[in-house]
Design a protein around this ligand. Structure first.
Ligand code: 3H9
Length: 693
């Protein structure tokens, strides 16, 4: 057909092979080739049935995202799928790997589907701010019914082949070789005289307005601020409002409108940026990562345990070292309990839990790390203690063993000096809970060897994380930016904004929680300790806004004590706390502060622009080498809403001139100490540019 789609005849069965690496996306050449293949099949009297399959590790994983935003070259995917659908001889899709988005739609337009046992199916379009545009909503709902289709399309999560079969989306799960199974299936169709079976000929399932209402409510809650999930419901409903062919036309129009809309552009930016950040600029592809056969973790508190679990889950043996037998026993018990509860919930098999536990070698002796290739330190956040540990690690491990600190803000250079192995020393900052959170902030110090950087980036991917590289500074990318948001939140409280009003502004904007609720979750004692460690560099006003310290003094450490900024019930549901209101009033009186009404816009801009300005400084200083690193880190580490594209992309969309003018206004109102615009921001705004050019 062409360079990416081939057509061969095998024993009366046309074999159409798509070979468009890396993921067989429906790029122009695939659409054109497939279109031609269907026509050729139609006119090939010797071909009685056709099998569509893909080369490489996956069936079509979707439309070609790289073509979005450019003029679409014909034929459009819906037209190709119409040709498949309307073909008068049977067409079977033989699918493997990740059958996603437009790929799932190709499979659904075929008349029958045979799947490899480990194939995964899904409509991830909502994650790109889109609705399926090539029949997914209409063929999907007719085959799988209403409830399952709503879940599949609005949540965008993939399902297994067996689940897809149970839902009626797959006809056969191949037990052996997929191609053989699909050809045999096609031959059977021919032998039994079965022709095409079109999903569009099936009736729509009975309408259920209550189901749509429930979905609308839960999406409004769970996917706050996102347009695509609600639009997906509208797209599914098209089947009740018009005939099948008209619904397909409207569905494609909706998809195209959304491709051009800001949310999809932002989400596609994050998709591309997440793939970009793992490639370190200036690090030659010739730099081979070191081999990590065994890892070690020293310090088995909450973070250390999570890191041990993440490593063991990835199949890597890990030596877990605690300070003493009591800490070791507590860690063993906690890890076993967490794994058991995952087994109880049916999300992990017992034998896999056993294998993970077998990979963990427990110890209280630092010498047992002698055979580790990488050691991650997760002891108490105290530079003196960490220095001692790094000095000991420098001796206990062999040269070449990577020594990484999980510190969230302490100086990696000081630890490199203590280890006397600067070239082997770096940071690997996990986020809590470490076995679940995807972001990993890897930190390169001045003397860190290039192959150590290559190793921690590769290792991060191996253990299922999304690694972003940061340079050394207090708090690295995420916590440094977050500290500016906390500062503004405390100042806003001092000026008269109610805690719930502050938090709600960000929750409404799409953050999982606001800054004060986050303090309650993380522990106000932890926040107070972090403030104490930074008190030498804090201003008088920052020291005065000592709310975490006041709450801790009142025994209110946050969720873990049932109260902090808020009160918590036994299900950790928050409610307003009168004591907090009294604390704020007393604080204002003590310091002679006048409280004022503060509008949501000011709250939002002060919380968010404080982070953008700090992000610009981080970029200017070279702590982050690209704006992508910041956007990806903030979306995945802090829950900055992905549909805005992250702080730097978002600021570009607002216009840096507007951002700068607002920051200058805050500078006038709040004082230069807090709102000095980043020189990079000033320069780019003057040049009429954005962080992305
Ligand atoms: C859609 O289908 C709309 C339709 O309903 C309507 C049409 C009318 N296009 O992730 P990886 C690249 S919307 C172009 O590292 P993995 C990716 O950029 C689409 N390129 O591999 C990377 O390139 P590079 C719905 C794509 O094994 C390389 O492939 N589909 C696409 O970890 C490897 O990617 C989706 O949203 C694409 N669609 O994961 C699926 N996908 O090497 C999106 C990937 O230059 N894709 N690339 O950095 C994924 O979820 C994962 O890539 C996948 C593989 C699971 C497939």
């Amino acid at each position: 057909m062409n360079e990416v789609v081939s057509y061969e005849l095998h024993d009366g069965i046309a074999d159409v092979l798509i070979d468009n690496p890396p993921v067989n996306a429906t790029s122009h050449a695939v659409r054109a080739g497939l279109d031609e293949a269907v026509r050729r099949f139609g006119g090939d009297a010797d071909a009685k049935a056709m099998v569509v399959r893909c080369a490489g590790k996956t069936f079509v994983a979707g439309a070609d995202i790289k073509e979005f935003g450019r003029p679409a070259l014909p034929p459009p995917l819906p037209d190709v799928l119409k040709a498949i659908d309307h073909c008068d001889k049977p067409i079977v899709a033989a699918v493997h790997g990740t059958v996603l988005g437009g790929g799932f739609e190709v499979a659904l337009a075929c008349h029958y589907r045979v799947a490899a046992a480990d194939a995964r199916f899904g409509f991830p379009e909502v994650k790109l701010g889109l609705v399926p545009g090539a029949g997914g909503t209409q063929r999907g709902v007719r085959l799988a019914g209403l409830a399952d289709t709503i879940t599949l399309i609005t949540e965008g999560k993939p399902i297994s082949a067996s689940k897809a079969e149970a839902m009626g989306l797959v006809d056969e799960v191949a037990q052996g070789d997929l191609v053989e199974a699909a050809r045999a299936f096609a031959r059977r169709l021919v032998a039994e005289g079965k022709g095409p079976r079109r999903a569009g000929d099936l009736p729509m399932p009975t309408d259920d307005p209550d189901l749509f209402d429930k979905a609308r409510k839960s999406l409004g809650r769970e996917m706050r601020g996102q347009e695509a999930p609600m639009k997906a419901l509208e797209a599914i409903r098209l089947g009740y409002e018009m005939d099948f062919e008209s619904a397909l036309v409207r569905e494609y129009e909706m998809c195209k409108e959304m491709i051009a809309a800001p949310q999809s552009r932002a989400l596609r930016h994050i998709f591309a940026a997440e793939r970009e950040v793992v490639k370190v600029p200036g690090l030659s592809a010739d730099v081979a990562p070191r081999d990590i056969k065994r890892a070690g973790v020293i310090g088995l508190g909450v973070m250390g345990r999570g890191i041990v679990m993440a490593i063991a889950a990835a199949g890597i043996p890990v030596t877990a070292v605690a300070a003493d037998a009591d800490h070791l026993a507590a860690a063993q018990k906690a890890i076993t309990k967490m794994l058991s509860s995952t087994v109880d919930k049916g999300r992990l098999k017992q034998d896999e839990m056993d294998r993970r536990l077998e990979r963990i070698q427990w110890s209280v002796a630092i010498e047992d790390l002698a055979d580790a290739d990488l050691v991650i330190e997760a002891v108490t956040e105290d530079i003196a203690i960490k220095r001692e540990v790094f000095a000991a690690l420098g001796k206990a491990t062999r040269p070449g063993t990577i020594l990484a600190s999980n510190t969230s803000f302490l100086d990696i250079e000081a630890l490199a000096k203590a280890s006397q192995r600067s070239e082997d020393t770096c940071g690997m900052h996990f986020f809590n809970p470490a076995h679940i959170m995807r972001l990993l902030e890897n930190v390169r110090a001045a003397g860190t060897a290039p192959d150590v950087v290559a190793t921690i980036m590769a290792f991060g991917k191996t253990i299922g994380k999304l690694p972003v590289l940061s340079g050394v500074c207090e708090g690295f990318i995420v916590n440094r930016m977050l500290s500016k948001r906390s500062r503004e939140a405390f100042f806003l409280v001092e000026e008269g904004a109610a805690p719930a009003a502050i938090d709600n502004v960000l929750v409404d904007y799409g953050f999982p929680m606001g800054p004060l609720a986050l303090g309650d979750l993380a522990g106000l004692d932890v926040q107070a300790a972090a403030r104490a460690s930074r008190k030498d560099s804090a201003t008088a006003r920052e020291l005065r806004a000592d709310f975490p310290e006041q709450l801790v003094a009142a025994g209110r450490l946050g969720q873990k004590t049932g109260s902090g900024w808020y009160s918590y019930d036994e299900n950790r549901k928050a409610s307003a706390n009168e004591d907090t209101t009294r604390m704020i009033a007393a604080h204002a009186e003590r310091h002679g502060l006048t409280l004022r009404d503060i509008g949501d816009q000011e709250v939002r801009e002060r919380l968010l622009f404080a982070m953008v300005n700090e992000g610009a400084k981080i970029l200017d200083e070279g702590v982050a080498s690209r704006p992508q690193d910041i956007d990806v880190a903030m979306v995945n580490g802090l829950g900055w809403p992905a549909y805005t594209g992250g702080p730097m992309f978002w600021a570009d969309q607002l216009g840096l001139d507007h951002v700068l003018r607002t920051i200058e206004r805050f500078q006038d109102e709040q004082g230069a100490g807090y709102w000095t615009p980043s020189p990079l921001l000033v320069r780019l705004a003057e040049e009429g540019k954005g962080f992305y050019g």
